[in-house]
Design a protein around this ligand. Structure first.
Ligand code: IPE
Ligand code: IPE
Ligand code: MG
Length: 258
């Protein structure tokens, strides 16, 4: 007997089709995509694995999504890799997360170089271990002349921290006589943020079913389109990514207009 649940299930199966690059309007791909890569720990827990196993799997997904973003012509991909609040986690987990940039770049940097990807980092670098910084700085240096996709890692990033730092600098510049209070406007404030030369995301993706920003790009996301999925980051893939773009392209962005 066919009950309502099997009907719903069948419907889901029919509608959850695979997406390919042909489904994308390549003339209106979001310029800047930001992703809150969440759910690594739960992905691992579900499999009876330690949380760090989820982070390791998640790292491999980063590589795939960078490839897809590059393929469809995204200009900037900002990935939230570690928040200013993530230091609250157990030391072993934090230590592992601080090793991941080396692991990722140690494996994939040569490919990023040949694929014309430019690596960048935003966040409070002062607190990062020297081995993490060393790996990141090498990647930034080796890819500095690449002019393809900008791969921007938000590492030890927090939007409130970023804004407070901006305000401190604005006050300093004002005291030094380099800035008049009347000069302060949205454009000027934006120019003091860590995103000053990469602009604001058009699309924000968050995986793992959480519907919150967790201190991510609060200023820059003012008019971004938000797209949430229940999929844990290690299970995220090209299909899901393309689906988010297709759905983005179905939205009407009004920016307060009509
Ligand atoms: C995201 O996955 C990665 C980082 C925050 C570094 P989580 O580690 O937050 O995974 P969950 O949310 O606990 O499942
Ligand atoms: C946000 O995820 C930070 C990153 C994905 C790097 P969290 O897992 O830290 O966020 P909360 O604690 O669930 O809000
Ligand atoms: Mg999380």
């Amino acid at each position: 007997m066919l009950d309502i649940f099997s009907l719903i299930k069948n419907k889901t199966e029919i509608t959850s089709s695979d997406y390919s690059i042909e489904d994308i309007d390549l003339s209106s791909v979001p310029n800047h995509i930001a992703i809150i890569m969440d759910g690594n720990g739960r992905w691992a827990k579900k499999r009876g694995l330690p949380r760090i196993a989820g982070h390791y799997e998640g790292m491999k997904v980063v590589r795939k999504i960078v490839k897809s973003a590059n393929e469809i012509g995204v200009k900037v991909l900002t990935l939230y890799a570690f928040s200013t609040e993530n230091w609250k986690r157990p030391k072993e987990e934090v230590d592992y997360l601080m090793r991941l940039p080396e692991e990722f770049l140690g494996t994939f940097l040569p490919e990023l170089v040949t694929e014309n990807v430019q690596v960048r980092v935003m966040g409070n670098q002062e607190q990062l271990p020297s081995h993490t910084l060393k790996a990141l700085n090498k990647a930034i240096y080796d890819t500095q002349y690449n002019d393809g996709l900008i791969l921007n890692f938000a590492l030890n990033y927090g939007s409130r921290y970023e804004m407070i730092e901006a305000i401190k600098q604005i006050v300093k510049d004002s005291k030094n006589g380099n800035l008049e209070v009347e000069d302060i406007n949205e454009e000027l404030f934006s120019s003091y943020l860590m995103t000053s030369d990469i602009g604001e995301p058009d699309l924000l993706i968050r995986t793992s079913g959480e519907i919150r920003l967790s201190n991510f790009m609060l200023w820059q996301l003012a008019y971004a389109e938000f797209w949430f999925t229940d999929v844990y980051w290690p299970d995220f893939n090209k299909n899901e990514f393309l689906k988010s773009i297709v759905e983005y392209q179905c939205r009407t962005r009004r920016f307060g207009g009509v």
